[in-house]
Ligand binder design. Structure first.
Ligand code: GDP
Length: 478
């Protein structure tokens, strides 16, 4: 691909003459009417401090933001629910118990298939889709890839154990995503269960349940004894109604990869959660850098189906390779087109590693200024001791102004973990490490996600640095 200097200057909002001058400095003698190749254009754009965003024909045509479905084509769809909470609080047990409430499973006589998500039909006829991978890591990892598939989060808290570190992480990840939450107070069958204490402790984390005059629904359950599961399903149905979830079922399908693997007998298999449209056997598609043609669709009951509509999870056979969780599947017109888009993306994936600059304050300001509200400066804070965490959070809150506010997405004691990195990168936030460093796994992820890390050992230095960033005194960082 190539572009004329003139066209590029228009798109950058810079003078053509300035571009020519800069090109001259780069030892390239061109005039405004001449064309330069994409790599040169990229260098030039970066030279001017802009962010590079290459758009090609191949991508434009499946740019999902551009073809919004008209209101009249939208039909109600099932909510997609993720279960989060501390280890051993009963996430897996609850997922199994809820699955057992499905009134359709029995009739169909199918065998439970763990494909990464399942759909339940309640006795009132409401449909609910549950993501089968509990925990906030998967949730935030998907979000970091731009896949916001979860409509509702169920926060499981064991009534005999209380709020634990991962409970608090889950709360913070949910809030950062802006997804509504329902609290399931689990293990109420146990001696020593104290649901009221949980409600009170939740207040400290600004989760105000209905019993405490807030608007977060809370349900006391026992996953083991299967108590109050119907109440939890009702709470989900009610929350879903408030959200007025809709999608157009009558169009080329689009979905998100929930899980993917290489199966010995069946080849590459991906579980797709359909976002909109209806996926059909025979459809030609692109998913990430892979393409394919739907050879078979298998639902969560192990049954072969011909189609899968919005909010339905389904295993897809017929892929060229194994895609990654969080990637989007799009149905396209024909195989040539599918291959074209896939190979284009493969190229992009290689060049992207160098081309995309991490978000900096400039882009954040312009993005948020559009919305004309108080600008938030998100951060993740990790420190060596609890006293420091509290002191830092307090100090950060104090440097907020009327125009820009620090928003602590998550804070905690200990090394910087993978979970911190996924959370930070999903929100384009820097991680502040006070006397702590990332663990080895987090380090790898930091390199991949290009997350910004800031280390301090004096609180004053920390607030000083952040205040400067907030005031825009520091230039774009790379
Ligand atoms: P996860 O780590 O959050 O997925 O938790 P699990 O579902 O694996 O449950 C951890 C343990 O708690 C298991 O031994 C479960 O049998 C037990 N458990 C889960 N739910 C309940 C419950 O409602 N009551 C009781 N008494 N035990 C439960």
């Amino acid at each position: 691909e190539a572009i004329t200097v003139q066209e590029l200057s228009k798109r950058m909002g810079e003078k053509g003459a300035d571009l020519v001058k800069t090109l001259f400095k780069m030892d390239m003698m061109v005039t405004v009417n001449q064309t330069i190749d994409a790599d040169t254009a990229e260098l030039l754009v970066e030279e001017f401090g802009h962010i590079v965003k290459r758009v090609s024909e191949a991508d434009v045509e499946i740019d999902t933001n551009k073809d919004v479905d008209p209101e009249e084509t939208l039909k109600p769809r099932a909510p997609v629910v993720t279960i989060m909470g501390h280890v051993d609080h009963g996430k897996t047990s609850l997922l199994d118990a809820l699955r057992g409430t499905d009134v359709v499973a029995g009739e169909a006589g199918g065998i439970t298939q763990h494909i990464g998500a399942y759909k339940v039909t309640t006795k009132d006829g409401a449909e609910i889709t549950f993501l089968d991978t509990p925990g906030h890591e998967a949730f935030t990892e998907m979000r970091a890839r731009g896949a916001n598939v979860t409509d509702i989060v169920i926060l499981v808290v064991a009534a005999d154990d209380g709020l634990m570190p991962q409970t608090i992480e889950a709360i913070n990840h949910t809030k950062a995503a802006g997804v509504p939450m329902i609290v399931a107070i689990n293990k109420i069958d146990k001696d020593g269960a104290n649901p009221q204490k949980i409600r009170e402790r939740l207040l400290e984390h600004e989760v105000i349940v209905e019993a405490m005059s807030g608007d977060v629904q809370d349900v006391e359950v026992s996953a083991l004894k299967k108590l109050n599961l119907d109440k939890l399903l009702d709470a989900i149905a009610l929350q879903a109604e408030l959200l007025e979830l809709k999608a157009n079922p009558d169009r080329a399908a689009e979905g998100t990869v929930v899980e993917a693997k290489l199966d010995k007998g069946r080849g590459p298999v991906a579980t797709i959660l359909v976002n909109r449209g209806t996926l059909k056997v025979g459809d030609v598609f692109v998913v990430g850098t892979e393409s394919g043609k739907v050879r078979a669709l298998i639902d969560d009951k192990g049954k072969q189906v011909k189609t899968a509509g919005p909010a339905s999870p389904v295993e897809v056979l017929g892929l060229s390779g194994v895609p990654s969780a969080g990637e989007t599947l799009s149905v396209v017109e024909n195989e040539a087109r599918a291959r074209e888009v896939a190979s284009y993306r493969q190229e992009q994936a290689t060049s992207r590693r160098t081309a995309i600059a991490p978000a900096n304050l400039d882009t954040m300001f312009s993005a948020l200024a559009d919305k004309a509200k108080v600008i938030e400066y998100p951060v993740v804070v990790k420190a060596d001791v609890q006293g420091s965490v509290e002191a830092i959070v307090n100090a950060l809150n104090k440097i907020s102004t009327d125009d820009i506010k620090v928003r602590v997405l998550h804070s905690g004691v200990g090394a910087i973990t993978e979970s911190d990195v996924t959370l930070a990168s999903a929100s384009n936030a820097p991680i502040i490490g006070f006397n702590v460093r990332p663990n080895p796994k987090a380090r790898q992820l930091v390199a991949r996600e290009k997350t910004r890390l800031k280390y301090f050992d004096v609180i004053y230095d920390l607030t000083d640095d952040i205040r400067k960033e907030m005031a825009g005194e520091l230039g774009p960082e790379f």
